[in-house]
Every structure is written in structure tokens, then in C-alpha cells.
Design a protein around this ligand. Sequence first.
Ligand code: NAI
Ligand code: MG
Length: 331
Amino acid sequence: MRVAIIPGDGIGPEVISSAVRAIEAVSADIEMEEALMGLDAHRRTGSYLPERTVELLRDVPAALFGAITSPLSYDPTYRSPLLQIRKEFDLYANIRPVKRLHPDIGLVDLDAVIVRENTEGMYTGIERDEGDGVITERKVTTRACRRLVDRALRLCREEGRRKLTCVHKSNVLRRSDGLFRKIFYERAEGQGIEVSDMLVDAAAAALITKPRDLDVIVTLNLYGDILSDEAAALTGGLGFAPSANMGDDLALFEPTHGSAPDIAGKNIANPVAAILSAAMMLRHLGMKDKALRLETAVKDALANGLRTRDAGGRLGTEEFTRAYLEVLGTT
Ligand code: NAI
Ligand code: MG
């Protein structure tokens, strides 16, 4: 099976190197083809998103991506390559597992997955001046809600998760969020999964006070953005947070962190988020056992006290990766 590997900028190549070696350690039948994107791609090819990269993405079911750096100085021609890909391939669902991997890491005992709408809601980007203020268009469509809820249900079935919670603010946004809530119950009831709904402010609190009550959360764009950063912080921070951007033809897997220019090239970055993103990719490609091996080895490595600096340890990226691969070899 062929997949695209897009290391990107900053710590992207460092953490993706770890993830690629982890994939190689568990699977011989994944053909990984590297592609360019971001600032370094622009330096080398004149484009932030070379056509060759887009063509490769058209040919593969999945891609593993590190991170890119936004241009520092203003470039009027710049369009975020990630947004371009999200649009071009209609990657409509952002999926973020948020799981505490060890009692010493993070703050609460959470094991949840946030499924976030990725194409509309508050982030349409459509704003206009009116009177002495600015009006922002917020959009909620039946189509987007349906496919989002269906994607969340599929995830529940595939991963054997028992409970799905719709997070919204329909007490205030009665029509738009009301539509989302209504579609949620229409699609999700009677599917053999426990369903419930919660207001977003209550959900923000529940992540801290009742983490075990939450399993899979399905929510709109803005709420998902905020709750997933909160949840990542509660479970160890950016170095541990993987994600997927799912469409029907392509899925892009990436650590949620950026290119971290402050630590790039210093052999400090935590590669766990990238390794866990690789595990998500393998699971998506039907290689459940291999995904589980990567994940179990992360848990075991952390339990053995292997830690990078962000997690209170002393290991560099390379030292952690080598030790991790050793653990992986014994699972
Ligand atoms: P960032 O996520 O790169 O870094 C935030 C802080 O977390 C930094 O102090 C960094 O050192 C630390 N950090 C991040 N990942 C880490 C890891 N794996 N191990 C240890 N520490 C880690 O966010 P920031 O600084 O806001 O953005 C830096 C650049 O990345 C910007 O150009 C931004 O546009 C870009 N960015 C790209 C994203 C992507 O490609 N998906 C997402 C977010 C930001
Ligand atoms: Mg965010």
C-alpha cells in the first residue's frame, strides 16, 4: 500500500523521521513516498504546495504530515497549503483522540475522541462591515452535520466505543445548533450506541471534572477547536496529541503541534504525537494490529520512564526514538 509522507518544516522532519521508522518496524508492505510542502518547499520549488504533492495526494488513500511554518514576512501570494488541501480533498472531519497515557503525564484520566466539523460553522471566513461593526457568517448545513455524525458513528463502531455525545449550544443558537442536534439524534439513535448531548460550556467543565463520562464527542468547528486544545493540555500537551483530517477519498494524519521553530534542529521535540498519528493512519488502512503495537509500545516506553523534556524527561528526540523502537521490537 502506498502512502504520502510530508515532513514539512521545523520539527516536522524530526518527528516524522521517528514515525517513519516506527512504521517500518511493524510493516514491510507500506510504500512511503515523500513529498514537499511549506516554507522549505517554497524555497526549493517556488511553491508552498507543489503540484507534484497534490498529484501524489490524489493517488494515495492516506498521508502522514509533520508541520509547516507560516511565512514570517507578509507574502500576498500566500495561501495556507493545509487549508488548500483541506478544501481540495474535502477533509470534512477532524479527529483527535485525547488520551492520558501515563498517570504522571497530563492532569486528568481522559480517554476520549473529539470529532470536529472542519468545513463550516464559525470558520467560513465570511465577514462584512455593517454599521459600526462586523458581521461574521456562521453556517450549519444538513449535509455537513449528517456526514459528520455518520463519521463519528463509524468511529464508534470501528473502535468499539460505547457512547457518543453531541456538543452544541442550541439553548442560544436555537436554529443552527438546533439543526445539528436534531440531525444528531436522527442519525445516531437506534445504532446500538449510547447517545446524549451536552452544552459546550458544560462539556468544557466535564473534561476536567467528569472525564470518564466522556467517550466520543461530535461537535461543530469552533467548539471542537477549543475543546480539543483543552483536552490535549489535560492529557500531556502538544507532544502527545495526534490527529486526522478525514475526507471520503483521502485522510491526512498529523501531530496537532506546529513546526516549533523555537526548538527545531535541537533534538528536543517529542515524537510521540507523530508516532501516534502514524498509528491512526495504520488503523485507517485496516492494519489494526500494527496500529495497536505502535500505541502499546508508546505506553510501555512511557511506563518505563522514557521521556522527552516536555514530559519532564531528559531524552532527546533521537534517544527517545531509539529506545522506543527497542520497546517496539519486543512487543
Ligand atoms: P507550535 O505547536 O509549533 O509550538 C508551541 C509550543 O509547543 C512551542 O514552545 C514548542 O516548542 C512546543 N512544542 C510543539 N510541539 C512540540 C513537540 N513535539 N515536542 C516538544 N515541544 C513542542 O505552535 P506555534 O509556536 O504557535 O507555531 C509555530 C509555527 O508552526 C508557526 O509558523 C505556525 O504557523 C505553525 N503551525 C503549523 C501547524 C501545522 O502545520 N499543522 C499547526 C500549528 C502551527
Ligand atoms: Mg487549534
